[in-house]
Design a binder for this molecule. Structure first.
Ligand SMILES: [Zn+2]
Length: 278
């Protein structure tokens, strides 16, 4: 799978050192963790787990998880090397996550928000029905309460194990964001490395404000697939955040240490059109 080449395999669990996928320097794991997984040499932003993302974004003590028990149905009885239902159970044990997304309410510098974060550590942050459902419910909660909705993404795309149901989440999440906008709501998408496939092609790209972390790979098909299909060499930096901002696909690149401040500033511009129940 594409996502296995995007740092997951090189990021060996338990190892004291790991190799930066951008500058190839060896990094002491503890140092990387203390810098919230930003390379000390080249500033590459490694994928961050959902729980840590909440920790560095929300005001302490304000995190309240929503819909933690949603579970995917194995409608297709899908089996690759193992049954999909068994894969979900195993991944839960290994990742200590229930699904590839955590949704919550909380505050950023005293401004109430609904926030949902994809976690690449759970089946490559893939979007199945639970991811789609939590994004949609986050938007509905945004409409009900007047809270802005903030979505952080890192994903290999739609979850193939769920077939058409996973693809349907693209339309569902876009519909939910559209209803949020019509109700006077406000949404911010923060795309982190890597955001690809059906997630890029749906909710990550249709929020009011589109942010990306430096160096994040953002695209639909991966660069290797495009290059092989077109039989062309791709331009330098293709599909990276810095390339996309030149093309006008995103609004700003925000480094991890500035993200909380910038989100707070953006939130300060927003006045809910709906009656806020905070
Ligand atoms: Zn580096």
């Amino acid at each position: 799978m594409e996502w296995s080449r995007l740092g997951k395999k090189r990021d060996m669990p338990g190892g004291l050192w790991l190799k930066c996928e951008s500058c190839a320097q060896m990094i002491f794991r503890k140092e990387l963790e203390s810098r919230h997984r930003v390379c000390p040499t080249c500033n590459f932003h490694f994928t961050l787990g959902a729980r840590e993302r909440f920790e560095i974004t929300l005001d302490p003590g304000t995190f309240e998880e929503k819909w933690p028990d949603l579970t995917p149905q194995d409608r297709l009885k899908f089996t690759d090397t193992i049954k999909y239902s068994d894969k979900v159970i195993k991944t839960r044990e290994k990742s200590k996550l229930q699904e590839a997304i955590i949704a919550a309410t909380g505050e950023i510098k005293n401004r109430p928000v609904v926030m949902a974060v994809l976690d690449f550590g759970f089946m490559g942050g893939s979007m199945g029905e639970v991811v789609g459902e939590k994004v949609a419910r986050s938007c509905e909660l945004g409409i009900e309460t007047g809270r802005p909705v903030i979505l952080f993404t890192s994903s290999g795309g739609a979850r193939m194990h769920e077939g058409a149901v996973s693809l349907m989440q693209m339309a569902k999440t876009c519909g939910a964001l559209s209803r949020l906008r019509k109700a006077g709501g406000f949404s911010i998408s923060c795309m982190t490395n890597p955001t690809t496939g059906g997630v890029t092609a749906s909710f990550a790209s249709v929020c009011d404000i589109l942010l990306a972390e430096p160096g994040a790979l953002i695209g639909f098909a991966g660069p290797r697939v495009i290059s092989t299909t077109l039989k062309q060499e791709l331009p330098k930096g293709f599909q990276r955040a810095e390339f996309l901002i030149e093309k006008g696909q995103i609004d700003a690149i925000v480094s991890r240490d500035k993200m909380r401040d910038d989100l707070a500033r953006l939130l300060s511009y927003y006045q809910p059109a709906v009656k806020a129940v905070l």
